[in-house]
Design a protein around this ligand. Structure first.
Ligand code: PEP
Ligand code: MG
Length: 569
């Protein structure tokens, strides 16, 4: 049995689908020219057919813009220059087709990489992808491809990128296990919004698991069993059934209030990464969207920052679907572990502490303004709240809000309708802003506490590192005190305070957060109903007393014990 971190609850029993790029060893060999030319032709034909097939399979899940990448690849596979040079190499050097494809491919990649023009520079990746597929076909090696999965599997990978997760077909992908990552890594967050079980940070899985092997993924306890016995399969099938029943039973709470036994009401909202995720928030009874991570719009874009119209369409869809319920949209939070295909971030020793989120936006106001205009234009379609991520100083908040005000004024002078009730707030995810929350609250309309980063920065523990994941301690009194500062700071100015980090959906943390006076809890859609059930069983007065005690304890273990003893977990 392998141990990892349970990142998205559930149990899956299926076959392993190992997502791993094949390693090719290509050596130059003397060969018959006609034979190799024929082989090369066949390789190109198969490559084109593969790309067509992948494109048609992906059509159901991807936008027109995302599909355009396949057209670029087809163009490359049809490029007479690429094939012509490979043919020349075979003829001149009497070598094997694999070698010709490899050497010409490498040469072309280097040539594109060295071009000045950004457009051509980006073509290097297309050449690499297409020639890699061609080489695999020439060598008779299959490339794992998520869109071709047509039986029930558990995906095993080193990590899954956002574009991998966007291709997952939930019908066949019963879960995934990754070698790296923690509870708040982005693949874990995506798994929760897709509602598929996941175990992350599962050390050794890539070395141990093989394609097609049977696997049990226990994402309730963070365990993986390979080649399970019949007995084990039976036991886990029963547990999976119980889990599904429990989930179904919670559905009666979809239209109920999130209210404590003594009448204190809070909002339970959902976190989303794309307009598609709104349906899960609504079907799980979400009272709003507490965090729309807009960076996925940017990360899924292939060649440039998404246009104002494209963003407008996404924000409008979410606002309309939520039908008057509050939607908190976070402005671009890029950098750290979140990269873009069309923009190269500077190399930094500590990217999580570097050029990211609002720091990037204040530096690249051209990019920032496009997003703000799209948001402002969409504001008339629902109840919009905008928040800036990674605010460390009041000066940053003022500057970001200043740009927002400028764009608002510009749009209004152009005669564009803009809502007059937009809230402009900020994330509290850097300890400096939590400490100074009462001051920030004079200028921000609301706070949303980003505990994934707040804990990482407070504990100085990289959220991507499983080695230091023991320092992810939402119940450590130091974290609770910072959370209290944020909540009290907001309330001192009559503002509301939410939380959109994973801590909001943590069953042991929620009672303490209720007691600390948190107004809005935003979490993965699948956690909402369980949280509602819990809050409906708790007394606010009792939780206030418990929170007071928790703040005075020494360790997270003591707080855990306290909560368990009071809430009866
Ligand atoms: C957070 O930091 O808690 C948060 C919600 O933002 P992200 O996980 O996207 O960094
Ligand atoms: Mg964050």
């Amino acid at each position: 049995m392998l141990k990892g971190i349970a990142a998205s609850s559930g149990i899956a029993i299926a076959k392993v689908y190992k997502l791993e790029e094949p390693k090719l060893t290509i050596v130059k060999k003397e060969a018959d020219v006609d034979c190799e030319l024929e082989k090369l032709n066949a390789g190109f034909e198969k490559t084109k057919a593969d790309i067509e097939l992948i494109k048609s399979r992906a059509a159901a899940n991807l936008s027109a813009e995302e599909l355009a990448i396949f057209d670029a690849h087809l163009m490359m596979a049809n490029d007479p220059e690429l094939k012509g040079q490979m043919k020349e190499t075979i003829k001149n050097e009497h070598c094997n087709a694999e070698y010709a494809a490899d050497s010409v491919g490498n040469m072309m990649v280097t040539m594109f990489e060295n071009m000045e023009d950004a457009y051509f520079k980006e073509r290097a990746a297309d050449v690499r992808d297409v020639t890699f597929r061609l080489k695999c076909n020439l060598c008779g090696v299959t490339i794992p491809d998520l869109t071709t999965i047509d039986e029930q599997v558990v995906i095993v990978a080193n990590d899954l990128t956002p574009s991998d997760t966007s291709q997952l077909n939930k019908k066949y992908t019963l879960g995934f296990a990754t070698e790296i990552g923690g509870r708040t890594s982005h693949s874990a967050i995506m798994a929760r919004s897709l509602e598929i079980p996941a175990v992350v940070g599962c050390k050794g899985i890539m070395e141990t698991a093989t394609m097609g092997q049977e696997i049990i993924l226990d994402a309730l306890n963070g365990e993986v069993i390979l080649d399970p016995s019949e007995e084990q399969k039976k036991t886990y099938a029963k547990r999976a059934e119980e889990f599904a029943q429990e989930r179904a039973a919670l559905k009666v709470l979809v239209n109920e209030k999130s209210i404590s036994t003594d009448g204190h009401v809070v909002d339970l909202a959902g976190n989303i990464g794309s307009p598609k995720d709104v349906d899960a928030v609504l079907s799980n009874g979400g009272e709003g969207v507490g965090l729309f991570r807009t960076e996925f719009l940017y990360m899924n874009s292939e060649t440039d920052f998404p246009s104002e119209d494209e963003q407008f369409a996404a924000y409008k869809t979410v606002l309309e679907k939520m039908n008057g319920k509050r939607v908190v949209i976070r402005t671009l939070d890029i950098g750290g572990d979140k990269k873009l295909k069309y923009f190269t971030f500077p190399e930094e020793m500590n990217p999580f502490l570097g050029y990211r989120a609002v720091r990037f936006c204040l530096d690249r106001k051209d990019v920032f303004r496009v997003q703000l205009r799209a948001l402002l234009r969409a504001s008339v379609y629902g109840k919009l709240a905008i928040m800036f991520p990674m605010i460390a100083t009041l000066k940053e908040f003022r500057e970001a809000k200043g740009v927002y005000e400028e764009e608002k004024a510009k749009l209004m002078s152009e005669g564009v309708a803009v809502a007059d009730n937009i809230e402009v707030g900020m994330m509290v995810e850097i300890p400096a802003s939590a400490v100074l929350a009462d001051q920030f609250a004079k200028e921000a309309d609301f706070f949303s506490i980003g505990t994934n980063d707040l804990i990482q920065y407070t504990m100085a523990a990289d959220r991507m590192s499983e080695k230091v994941s023991y320092l992810y301690q939402p119940l450590n009194p130091s974290i609770l005190r910072l959370v209290k500062l944020a909540i009290d700071g907001a309330h001192s100015q009559g503002k509301w305070c939410g939380m959109c980090g994973e801590m909001a959906g943590d069953e042991l943390a929620a009672p303490v957060l209720l007691g600390l006076g948190l107004d809005e809890f935003s979490m993965s859609a699948t956690s909402i109903l369980r949280a509602r059930k819990m809050i409906r069983g708790l007394s606010y007065e009792k939780m206030k007393e418990m929170a007071e005690k928790a703040l005075k304890l020494d360790t997270c273990e003591e707080v855990t014990e306290l909560v368990k003893s009071v809430v009866g977990k």
